[in-house]
Design a protein around this ligand. Structure first.
Ligand code: MG
Length: 392
C-alpha cells in the first residue's frame, strides 16, 4: 500500500530574478517538502493556493493521472507548479527519483544548450534602449557586431564546455531598416545575418548552434533567409514566422533543409497535436511549466516521437525546474537539448544547494536521490525576490 500524503500548506515565492520565476513549496503532515515552479511571471493569490489545497484534500496524489485531471480545474500557473511539486513528493514518499516514476532514465546526463543572445547577455530594457539609440541614428552597438557574436560563442563554449549554443538574429543594426512591423527582409539585412552566422561558425568550428528569429519575418523572406543560412548547418532555425499560422510555418519547414523549431508558446498537447499532424516543424520546444508541467510535457514528447520529431525544451527558469526537466528529459527518447537561458544571472546556481554546479561542462547529471533530489536555499530565493511570499 503506497503511503498517502496529507497536504498541510502551500507557499508561493513569486517575482524571483529578472525573469520573475515563481517557486511553489508544498508541505505535508508526514514532514515532506516538495518544490515546483510555475510559468514565468506566475503570481498566485492566497485564494488560488487555497483552491488548489482544497482540490488536493483527501486525494492520494501518488495517483498522478487522477490528480492531474483534478488540477486541470485549478488556477493556471499554480497547477503547473503543483504538478511538479507533487512528482517531487511522490518520489520522496516512495523513496525513488522522479525519473523512475516517469518510466526510468534512458541517459545518465542531460545535454544543455546555452541561449547567448548576441555578443553579450542583455535584459529586455537594455535591448529596447539599444533599439532606440540605433533608430535615432546611433552606431550599431558593439554586442551586435558579427565579430562580437563569434567571440561570445567561443567564450561560452570554452569557459563552460557547452556543446550547443543559440543566438538571436533580430538585432538593431545601423543603416538597416529597423521596421519590425513590416515583416519583409532586405538583401542587406539577410547579408548581415549571414555575416553573424559566419563569425559564429568560424569561432565555434563544428560545435552546434541554433538561431532564433522571434517570429519576425514573412513567409517568403523567412524562406530566403533559411536558404541563405543553409551553408552553416544550423542546429535549428527557430520561429522564422509567427507560430499562430501553422500552414505558414509548415511552408517554411518544407522549403528548407534547416531544421525548423517552434512551440515555446504553445500550451497543452492539443496545440502540439495540430503542429505535429501538419508537419509544421522538425523540432518542437515546449516550455515545461507553461505547457502543463511534467505530466503534460511527457505526453507531448510521446506524440512527437510518433512523427520522429525531436524535443528541445524552451527553458528560462530557476534550477528547480531545470532539475525537474533533467529527470523528465532523461526519460524521453527523442530529447535533443535543454535550454539554459540564465548565463547572466549570478545567483542562478545558488537557488539550490548541490555539492557542485547544476550544469557541469554542458550537462546536468540525472539525480538518483528520492524525488527531484534538490534542496532550495530559501534565503537566496528571498534575497532575489521582487514579490511577496503567499501561503495557504
Ligand atoms: Mg525563442
Amino acid at each position: 500500500m503506497p503511503p498517502r500524503l496529507n497536504v498541510t500548506g502551500l507557499e508561493a515565492f513569486p517575482g524571483i530574478g529578472p525573469y520573475r520565476w515563481c517557486l511553489l513549496k508544498i508541505t505535508t503532515a508526514e514532514g515532506l517538502v516538495g518544490w515546483g515552479e510555475g510559468p514565468l511571471g506566475t503570481s498566485p493569490t492566497e485564494g488560488q493556493l487555497r483552491q488548489v489545497k482544497q482540490l488536493l484534500q483527501g486525494e492520494n496524489f501518488l495517483h498522478v493521472e487522477k490528480v492531474w485531471r483534478l488540477m486541470a480545474r485549478g488556477p493556471v500557473g499554480v497547477t503547473q507548479a503543483t504538478d511538479m511539486a507533487l512528482w517531487d513528493l511522490a518520489g520522496q514518499a516512495l523513496g525513488v527519483p522522479v525519473h523512475h516514476l516517469l518510466g526510468g532514465k534512458l541517459r545518465d546526463r542531460v545535454r544543455i544548450y546555452a541561449d547567448c543572445h548576441s555578443g553579450v547577455d542583455w535584459t529586455s530594457g537594455e535591448f529596447a534602449e539599444r533599439v532606440r539609440s540605433v533608430r535615432a541614428g546611433g552606431p550599431t552597438p558593439e554586442p551586435y557586431l558579427p565579430e562580437a557574436f563569434g567571440r561570445r560563442a567561443r567564450q561560452v563554449k570554452e569557459e563552460l564546455g557547452i556543446t550547443a549554443l543559440k543566438f538571436d538574429l533580430d538585432v538593431p543594426v545601423a543603416g538597416l531598416r529597423l521596421d519590425w512591423e513590416d515583416r519583409s527582409l532586405t538583401k542587406a539585412e539577410i547579408e548581415y545575418m549571414v555575416q553573424i552566422c559566419a563569425s559564429i561558425r568560424e569561432h565555434l568550428g563544428d560545435t552546434d548552434f541554433a538561431v532564433d528569429c522571434h517570429a519576425r519575418w514573412n513567409t517568403s523572406d523567412a524562406i530566403r533567409l533559411a536558404h541563405a543560412l543553409e551553408p552553416f548547418d544550423l542546429l535549428w532555425f527557430e520561429d522564422p514566422v509567427p507560430p499562430q499560422n501553422l500552414d505558414a510555418m509548415a511552408k517554411v519547414t518544407a522549403a528548407t533543409r534547416q531544421p525548423v523549431c517552434t512551440g515555446e508558446a504553445l500550451v497543452g498537447r492539443h496545440a502540439f497535436r495540430e503542429l505535429l499532424v501538419r508537419q509544421a516543424a522538425d523540432i518542437i520546444q515546449p516550455d515545461i511549466p507553461r505547457t502543463g508541467g511534467l505530466t503534460e510535457f511527457k505526453r507531448i514528447a510521446e506524440l512527437a516521437e510518433l512523427y520522429y520529431i525531436s524535443v528541445a525544451p524552451h527553458h528560462m527558469t530557476s534550477p528547480v525546474a531545470t532539475m525537474a526537466a533533467t529527470h523528465l528529459c532523461s526519460t524521453i527518447p527523442n530529447f535533443l537539448a535543454l535550454e539554459h537561458h540564465c548565463l547572466g544571472i549570478p545567483f542562478w546556481n545558488d537557488v539550490v544547494r548541490l555539492p557542485g554546479q547544476v550544469i557541469e561542462r554542458g550537462y546536468v547529471t540525472v539525480p538518483e536521490t528520492p524525488g527531484l533530489g534538490l534542496e532550495v536555499d530559501e534565503a537566496v530565493v528571498r534575497a532575489n525576490m521582487a514579490g511577496t511570499p503567499v501561503g495557504a
